[in-house]
Design a protein around this ligand. Structure first.
Ligand SMILES: Cc1cc2nc3c(=O)[nH]c(=O)nc-3n(C[C@H](O)[C@H](O)[C@H](O)COP(=O)(O)OP(=O)(O)OC[C@H]3O[C@@H](n4cnc5c(N)ncnc54)[C@H](O)[C@@H]3O)c2cc1C
Length: 443
């Protein structure tokens, strides 16, 4: 029998979230012919939430042929305003229009479902990708040279899937990561960030009778209201028909919950109390949320992992670099992972387990330092936003004030030009293409 070609490798992807969809699509675009995606949900009934669509994400999605659909509904940001939560006074203002000229792609905001469904539609157009919905990954029975994954369909009997390479794109609660850490006796603890988030979507019709709120939804702007240990970030999505709010506050409801609990029905009176000292405009907005529709998310991260690739099994996205949302890069980084995986695997010189393992360690090499650096910046940005009275806060507010003269760093790091250069200026696909041979030779 003739040896298998690299593009004929049997590929098993667990999870059809941001990382799984990007990995599947990127591999199909590189010419891989045998891609199977297993997802525990029965359909991609996407979480109602907004998402920032940064230029580094747009660049990858454009190459994968799905950016145009996403861009149609997204809102092109002109600026961001950082305000004191209690008074609504503007602390800092950053013009973002330079981004499109500098990085070719704009910084936009959109609906998470628009991003996910466009990637999903892109995958459906590829006849080399097969989805297996309502099917959860169970026990990893072998990590390589041919990984064997137990699959548990919602209906019918369990079965085993054997592949040439297994991608764990199963998110922050990844069972594959947990099994791997247990196997290798690695203690990468869940870090309790002590923070939780409400995710809220308001409809234009609910805001339109309030002139101040109407002004907010009509602006191409990200507004962040900050206070001690809390903030709210908000922007319009879906052609300005929806105003998306995402909060961060001290976690009161998950602290004693089992680590498997990530979302819960929140209490509106508690939400109103937490932001009780924020300005009337913000409180009026929060008060528009219907009782019973407050959804709270636990913000959990994990300590960095010593490796992302074990034999022919590969961790992707939140499974290996979960992050706080303060830099708005979690999905973007999962999508970068998928793109780099595809570029690297396509360059494997042969379809042997050894070559697959080495090519995937090139992925880890290109991605790991960058992803963990951004995780740290996100955490630092959150600390700066949440400062209470004291010297550090005075210094932060002095930096915000200096922005009015166009000077200095932006404490809200996603809007800082130097940080943007690090995040948007790096073309991870190109870096992988240019350095693959050298890195592969060193593995
Ligand atoms: C409040 C908040 C705001 C955020 N805002 C932004 C933002 O503005 N910009 C940004 O870039 N990122 C943002 N993020 C982060 C972003 O949502 C995540 O980083 C991103 O979704 C990670 O992608 P992923 O593919 O690793 O995981 P996910 O997108 O979570 O996908 C994991 C998938 O795996 C499936 N799955 C899980 N277990 C199994 C199993 N055993 N078998 C089969 N399938 C399984 C799940 O159903 C899911 O579909 C935010 C996160 C939060 C909490």
């Amino acid at each position: 029998m003739a040896p298998k070609e690299v593009k004929d490798l049997e590929i098993c992807i667990v999870g059809a979230g941001m990382g799984g969809l990007a990995t599947a699509l990127a591999l199909a675009k590189q010419g891989f012919k045998n891609i199977h995606v297993y997802e525990s949900a029965s359909n991609l009934g996407f979480v109602g939430a907004g998402i920032q669509l940064a230029p580094n994400m747009a660049r990858v999605l454009d190459r994968l042929g799905v950016w145009q659909d996403i861009e149609k509904e997204a809102v092109d940001l002109k600026d961001t305003s950082i305000r004191q939560g209690s008074t609504d006074a503007e602390l800092g203002h950053v013009d973002l229009r330079y981004i499109r000229d500098t990085y070719i792609y704009p910084h936009m905001v959109g609906h998470r479902s628009s991003l996910a469904s466009s990637m999903y539609e892109g995958c459906l157009r590829e006849d080399t990708i097969t989805f297996h919905m309502a099917t959860s990954a169970g026990t990893v029975k072998s990590w390589g040279p041919r990984p064997v994954m137990e699959m548990i369909p919602r209906q019918g009997d369990k079965y085993d899937v054997t592949s040439d390479v297994l991608f764990a794109c199963d998110g922050v609660k990844s069972t594959i990561r947990d099994q791997l850490l247990r196997l290798k006796d690695i203690d990468a603890k869940i870090v309790d960030t002590g923070q939780a988030a409400y995710r809220i979507m308001l409809r234009r019709e609910d805001m339109q009778n309030d002139a101040e709120l109407l002004e907010l939804i009509n602006q191409e702007s990200v507004t962040r209201w900050i206070g001690e240990k809390r903030h709210i970030i908000a922007y319009p999505v879906s052609n300005k028909q929806i105003y998306n709010l995402s909060t961060v506050q001290p976690d009161r409801n998950f602290a004693s919950a089992p680590s498997a609990t990530y979302t819960t029905k929140g209490s509106k009176p508690q939400m109103m109390e937490i932001f009780g000292d924020f300005c009337p405009k913000v409180r009026r907005m929060l008060d528009l949320v219907p009782e019973g529709e407050v959804c709270e998310w636990k913000l959990r991260v994990h300590e960095p992992l010593p490796f992302w690739v074990y034999e022919q099994t590969v961790l992707v996205g939140d499974a290996c670099h979960p992050t706080l949302p303060h830099l708005a890069q979690g999905a973007a980084q999962a999508i970068e992972d998928g793109a780099v995986i595809a570029v690297a695997l396509a360059r494997a010189p042969e379809a042997t387990p050894e070559a697959i393992g080495k090519a995937m360690r090139v992925y880890e090499e290109v991605r790991k330092e960058r992803a963990y650096k951004l995780v740290e910046i996100a955490a630092a940005s959150g600390r700066a936003m949440h400062l209470g009275e004291g010297k550090e806060k005075e210094e932060r507010d002095r930096q915000f004030a200096a922005l009015k003269e166009g000077k200095g760093p932006v404490p809200d790091k996603w809007a800082d030009a130097d940080i943007q250069k690090v995040i948007y200026g790096e073309d991870v696909m190109k870096i992988t293409e240019e350095n693959f041979e050298r890195l592969y030779a060193g593995m």
